[in-house]
Ligand binder design. Structure first.
Ligand code: ZN
Length: 163
């Protein structure tokens, strides 16, 4: 096992599978670290987090954050911070809900997190029903995209009625 030390976070690698672990305890609501935003791209990949409609940022060590449908951190792209959304113990692995930042992921996968509310197919917010999305923390660019789609639906329906 390889552990790379970086302030309060450590990346652990086992069988090429990376995990991000907290080296200290956090209370729910505490800011854990700032999100990097100096390396932007207009296309998503495995090492980016979406921070706006057409903006993705390389997140450095935070790329080791795995997905959970019952996460213990959120990535707040408005304030560019990673925040504890549960109390976190020292040595605990950190997880966030990928569709809270990602509209359409470059590398979808099947989730085996075991949470009762597991979404199973993790491909981005675009592929989840509104009833699932509204149970989760969503960043502004995801909420805005959903609202825009709903507006489009309304206009489309109106046209159908007029026709
Ligand atoms: Zn899951």
């Amino acid at each position: 096992m390889v552990t790379t030390t970086m302030e309060t976070l450590a990346i652990k690698t086992e069988n090429k599978f990376r995990t991000l672990v907290s080296k200290q305890a956090y209370k729910k609501g505490e800011v854990i670290c700032a999100m990097p935003s100096e390396n932007l791209t207009d296309k998503p990949n495995r090492f980016t987090v979406q921070i706006a409609r057409d903006q993705h940022t390389h997140v450095g060590k935070l790329a080791a954050l795995n997905h959970s449908c019952d996460p213990n951190v959120i990535l707040d792209t408005k304030h560019m911070e990673m925040v504890a959304c549960k109390d976190i113990q020292k040595g605990e692995e950190l997880f966030f809900f990928y569709p809270s930042t990602e509209w359409e992921m470059a590398a979808p996968f099947i989730c085996l997190c075991g949470a009762p509310n597991c979404i199973h197919v993790v491909a981005g917010a675009r592929f989840l029903p509104l009833s699932t999305l509204e149970q989760n923390y969503l960043n502004p660019h995801i909420r805005e995209t959903i609202v825009d789609l709903l507006k489009g639906t309304k206009q489309h329906l109106k046209k159908l009625h007029e026709g």
